[in-house]
Write a protein that binds this ligand. Structure first.
Ligand SMILES: NC(=O)c1ccc[n+]([C@@H]2O[C@H](COP(=O)([O-])OP(=O)(O)OC[C@H]3O[C@@H](n4cnc5c(N)ncnc54)[C@H](O)[C@@H]3O)[C@@H](O)[C@H]2O)c1
Length: 315
């Protein structure tokens, strides 16, 4: 297939690109490299087209000609930034998605696979949370922006017959991780291997999953294969367990072969959250995706452990 990956130089996007190239797809990457890295694309660079494009401000319609499917992974994924600069979430996650959809419509491309998030559920009262859970009530600007993007995509399905898959990811980790708690802990411990500051009260419990499982999920449910015309399908993606932030810290210390590190908790905000908008408990039901033949290979601890090892070696 001829495919475009927006945000293809990022953490998840670059792994997806590697997998698509392995499958023999013809891949074009659109990225402005604000957080993506050219180095992440080295493995596939001879077999892909790379365009340095800012999706918000540049015209990229020419790159969509003849394309069958767009993986839209470009976004600002930093939940914390949304609380101080909500306009960034609106621009990068909502406006950019609208621009991608409209450019696709103009170019006659109607298949989209979207990288959404568990944060669209807000503080779910059913754990593990299924896709049918409602009402969707995100508590962060990031979650709100992704939900708004999903609604735009649904609108393009209803009005213009798009076929869409939205993948609601838990916390994805793995080689090339460039943000998130595992990344933060490794960096902090490199600076000070005696003491680690942990945001919140330490009881936040979340599901982590490996980027290998992330990419296999994206390929397991391609809109070209599973959606009928005008259909929008949402799938949760994650591992089948959750660990608390202290277990993440223990796992990172273990991977970095550090003993006796003292943990200092900030206490957090709003009842022990790491930051405003931080969901305290997250575990997704992945039964729907499993019914399509997908299964995660790694549990939360294995995923965090291998990520911490990769980060510790790289930096
Ligand atoms: N990593 C996770 O745990 C996680 C969880 C849930 C959802 N997601 C979603 O998955 C997707 C990929 O996330 P990631 O973790 O790989 O983040 P990332 O920051 O590594 O990737 C985002 C990519 O998009 C590019 N980009 C951002 N704004 C752009 C713009 N305006 N124009 C062109 N390129 C732009 C960046 O340069 C980067 O390469 C995002 O949509 C994110 O919201 C990630």
């Amino acid at each position: 297939m001829k495919v475009v990956v927006t945000g293809g130089a990022g953490f998840i996007g670059s792994h997806l690109v590697d997998a698509l190239v392995k499958r023999g797809d013809s891949v074009t990457v659109l990225d402005n490299f604000c957080s993506g890295e050219r180095e992440f694309l080295e493995q596939s660079s001879e077999n892909i087209e790379i365009h340095e494009v800012d999706l918000l401000n540049d015209d990229f319609s020419a790159q969509l000609e003849g394309v069958e499917l767009v993986f839209h992974a470009a976004a600002n994924p930093e939940v914390r930034i949304g609380e101080t600069q909500p306009e960034i979430m609106f621009e990068q996650n909502v406006k950019v998605t609208e621009k991608v959809l409209e450019s696709m419509r103009c170019a006659g491309v109607s298949n989209i696979s979207f990288t959404s998030t568990s944060t669209v559920y807000g503080e779910a009262t059913i754990i593990p949370t299924p896709e049918t859970y409602g009402p969707l009530n995100p508590i962060s600007e990031y979650g709100k922006s992704k939900l708004e993007a999903e609604r735009l995509i649904e609108e393009y399905c209803a009005k213009f017959g798009f076929r869409a898959v939205s993948l609601r990811f838990a916390n994805c980790v793995g080689a090339r991780s460039n943000h998130g708690v595992t990344f933060d802990f490794v960096n902090k411990l490199r600076d000070n291997d005696k003491e680690l500051t942990i945001l919140g009260d330490g009881s936040q419990s979340k599901s982590y999953f490996h980027v290998e499982d992330c990419v296999s999920s994206m390929l397991a449910v391609l809109p070209t294969d599973i959606c009928s015309e005008g259909e929008f399908c949402a799938f949760n993606v994650g591992s089948e367990d959750a660990i608390d932030v202290v277990a993440v810290a223990d796992t990172v210390c273990n991977a970095m072969k550090l003993e006796g590190v003292g943990y200092e908790f900030t206490g957090g905000v709003d009842g022990g959250r790491g930051w405003k908008g931080d969901v305290k408990t997250m575990l997704l039901s992945v039964e729907l995706l499993k019914s399509k033949g997908w299964k995660p290979k790694f549990d939360s601890q294995e995923a965090v452990h291998s990520t911490a090892m990769w980060l510790a070696e790289r930096y």
